[in-house]
Design a protein. Sequence first.
Length: 309
Amino acid sequence: MTAPTHTPSSHTPTMPTSAGGTLHEPVIDWFDAHARDLPWRRPEAGSWGVMVSEFMLQQTPVNRVLPVYEQWLARWPRPADLAKEAPGEAVRAWGRLGYPRRALRLHGAAVAITERHGGDVPTEHAQLLALPGIGEYTAAAVASFAYGQRHAVLDTNVRRVLSRAVTGVQYPPNATTAAERRLARELLPDDERTASRWAAATMELGALVCTAKNETCQRCPIAAQCAWRLAGKPAHDGPARRGQTYAGTDRQVRGKLLAVLREALAPVPQAVLDRVWDEPVQRARALDGLVSDGLVEPLPGGLYRLPLT
Ligand code: SF4
């Protein structure tokens, strides 16, 4: 088991000379002093703990992830433990984290790790990327945080920090662009260990200081060189930012349907599911979506359950 490398500790004294050279030292020093003590950053988390956390954290805040993460790792301490279970058990344990397809994808990755890699999370970025359900972000994050490798890890927090500090605009584009990827690669410290710490440190800076709603520049270690701040914080003039509306959406209906199925010990009749939402067209659309996503299994006789296979 390899210890994650993004715990706060002293970093290599020799700062690299890449494009972000003047940013690296203050951001990593700030991280050493201020990083939160989170379970997936502790050595005992190992590469599987890092992978589980990355799946959970992609669209869910830390405080909601923490209890589910702890229960998940206690129940399935290795990929093979999860791989033995029905995928529906992963959906059940996912609880209310939202975007439950992530639970199925994590289960699928655990099966592939068990079958192809003897139960150990692979160390190579290409092998990680080849696992089902793992995209560029997760492969880079696991390679960087679990194995201390040099990869551009571009989540929403990092993208926001780079867009402000370096590009000089308040918000990054709605979807990650090739220009952002290029910039993130150019800014990577040259040596592996510093690069992995830089990745974790920029992510933490975006989560704690340079947040979407309320940047606290007086606490920011790179305020003196932040392009957006130095330009007088010009207002966002790009495309409208995506909202996070939940109430009344199909996502909300899906969440209510899944909540019933998670609690059920036996297959659930359609009539019970019908009680969760009054509007029949939207309710049917949400249920159809869950079935086609593989999150719910329809059975003969109008019964439904979480998937067994
Ligand atoms: S100075 Fe302010 S806007 Fe710039 S990176 Fe720091 S917190 Fe963000």
